[in-house]
Design a binder for this molecule. Structure first.
Ligand code: ADP
Ligand code: MG
Length: 221
């Protein structure tokens, strides 16, 4: 469960403070698939960054499975992210010098998994990339690269996946494929999924929606 209590973020824009997320209170229950929707600049990535503890809120508290992450130091935050959160980004962020297999293995190596081979293969199979394990990112299509990124996000079986416009760089067929995989993971593992998207059709397929505009929640119609 993710809980936000009066969470806001204000940054300095030149010499003037600018509130990019107004106080927000919400709960995302375990295993929910929620879509965050809103125009560019509405605060969607800011919200994900606060949930992940990548940015500190100006006010309020963020609780992840009951732990108030606003009180953790950088080491504890990094550990919490490693254990609890998988990330998927719009531009994949794979390591270009590593194969698909090696990219997926990286988080397991960081976590000290002794022999990750079977688990890496199982994840690549789950995202439909068994035959692509030894390809480099440059040898893969955008859709394939994003599926590698998803397998990597799942490497340590996190209870939460944060996906920031993961389909933003894919055609609609690959976008739908990725959405189907996210839904499959949500069902099969009970993973909580927070999906930022511009795509109303994808958002409609989520369990719940949060609509942002200018850093404030707009009530769904
Ligand atoms: P979205 O992901 O919905 O496109 P963001 O959360 O990235 O929006 O940004 C919300 C607004 O806050 C934007 O206008 C952006 O320019 C601004 N912003 C984000 N981070 C910072 C920062 N560190 N300093 C100044 N402005 C920022
Ligand atoms: Mg964004």
């Amino acid at each position: 469960m993710i809980e936000l209590r009066g969470v806001s973020r204000t940054v300095m824009s030149g010499s003037a403070p600018l509130t990019i997320l107004h106080p927000l209170t919400m709960q995302i229950p375990k295993s929910q698939f929620i879509a965050i929707v809103g125009p560019s600049g509405s605060g969607k990535s800011t919200l994900l960054g606060l949930i992940a503890g990548l940015d500190a809120p100006t006010s309020g508290d963020v609780l992840v499975d009951g732990v108030n992450i606003t009180q953790l130091d950088e080491d504890a935050l990094a550990r919490l992210r490693g254990e609890k959160i998988g990330f998927v980004f719009q531009f994949f962020h794979l390591i270009p010098s590593l194969t698909a297999y090696e990219n997926v293995a990286v988080p397991m190596e960081i976590a000290g998994v002794a022999d990750p081979r079977a688990h890496v293969q199982a994840l690549l199979e789950e995202v439909g990339l068994t035959g692509r394990a030894h390809h480099y990112p440059s040898q893969l299509s955008g859709g394939e690269q994003q599926r590698v990124a998803l397998a990597r996000a799942l490497a340590n079986d996190p209870p939460i996946v944060l996906a920031d416009e993961p389909t933003g760089n894919l055609d609609s067929t690959n976008g739908r494929h990725l959405m189907d995989l996210l839904r499959h993971i949500n069902h099969a593992r009970g993973t909580t999924i927070v999906l930022v998207t511009h795509d109303a059709e994808l958002a409609a397929a989520a369990d719940a929606r949060l609509i942002l505009r200018d850093g404030r929640v707009v009530e769904p119609l």
